[in-house]
Write a protein that binds this ligand. Sequence first.
Ligand code: GLU
Length: 525
Amino acid sequence: MRNGLSKDLIARVLGDAPKYTLDDLEAKFPPRNLADGAMVTRFAPSPTGYMHIGGLYGALIDCKLAQQSGGVFMLRIEDTDTKREVADAVEIINASMDRFGLKYNNVESYGPYYQSQRKDIYHSVAAELLATGQAYPCFLSTTDMEEIRENQKAAGFPTGIYGEFARDRNLTEEEIAAYLDKGLVPSIRLYSMGKPEQRIFCKDAVRGSIGFPENNEDIVLIKSNDGLPTYHFAHLCDDHFMRTTHVIRGEEWLPSLPLHVQLFRMMGWNPPLYIHTSTIDKIDEETGKQRKLSKRKDPEANVAFFLEAGWPVEAVIEYLGNIAASGYEESKMKGQVKTFWDYEMRAKKIPMSGALFDMKKLEWWAKEFIGSLPVPDLVCRVVNWANEYGTDINKMQIADESYLTSVLGIERDNPKRVRKDFITWSQTLENVAFFWDELFVPNTEYEFNNDVLKAFLETYNESDDKDTWWGKIVAVAESLGGKNGDVAMNLRVALSGRTNTPDLYSIMSVMGGERVKKRIEGVIK
Ligand code: GLU
């Protein structure tokens, strides 16, 4: 520690007198009045105009843990990097959370929830550290720091502002005042007491206690260019005064953990319990190796992709939930729970590495989910998707909603034997495209038996019930010396262009007599 600065100098250094004392802040943001075990979590994205699937994964865990424990889940916008700010970014985050059903509860008295609006709080805490000599104003310019760095490299020292290289850590009040008189604006740096030859033990709820060398860097707490905090300092102040109990964040933050624990201990505050989650990886198609999902290379890194492509949001949630809580699938298959939200997940079981995003597995969850939807819901979801994202062709398919309902209703009336052939809303419409004359593609490869088709047409009556209809197929087969199945296959391919379809009788009923006749006649010609 160094000598603390006087009140007046602190006000000059920070550009203003601090608004609060630490006691004021403690009183303003008291511990939350929640039952034992209630978790207070937060999703804290930086507004970059994009919601990454890894962000959604983290937010889901935050939301789930808070919800199941009767706690609070917050959304905090980490907008302290004014250079990276993007218009509409917050709308994108909000819309994504809303779509995926992640509800947060930003209790006003613990706000504001935009870091850019919390300057008073950061400056008040910084003022306290300046007063006690645990932080100091630093006037190093970019050029100064580059020079220090080059010298450190040349001499084989670790780079950074620490110990003897921290030029300004022991400036006198007069020296500080002289810099300020010249109009220079300092950053505020931590006066680090850490010694890298000593170890600091930090707790991660999943990984257990991890030893790290202590941090000795005088890291920046408040930036000189805009007076806003760095991530580290904002994390300290916000997660303390928002009374966060569990910080769930990506494993890329693990190396910063010793610094964060150091900061909390310096303040005499209890750190939150940390959970560092695995990044979401994929197997690279070219190299066959596991790598992070990349914003540039992988469309599925952006959650908007799933909405546009028509994946059921529930399936994405179920799938991500099962990565976070691998017991969920079994519990669901046993019928113990209906959705991920009913499943009691355990924070300690969140995987710390190797979370793989596998589209095939997602398909399975999607088929399960769509298979469980009642027909009116299925129609509604398909229609909503097509209206928002569909092509003109999709829009044509949804125009006659009662026809669409009959088409999608085929073989979906038996809850014990549901079809699981629909994956996305877009693929659903593609799957049933043959029901629309505009989209029907006749099969030119199949070797039709025209005699069979003619014989069937002669007896066909669209109002036949299923038994009568089947009786006629059997009769055609008998009269021509063929098999029932061959007759049915001829009809199936003539009507749909495909050899594999749902129930043929249902297809004919939905298509209606005229369309059936036209398609069969089309083949005979
Ligand atoms: N803004 C940080 C990020 O987007 C938040 C990390 C955290 O959850 O603390 O990576």
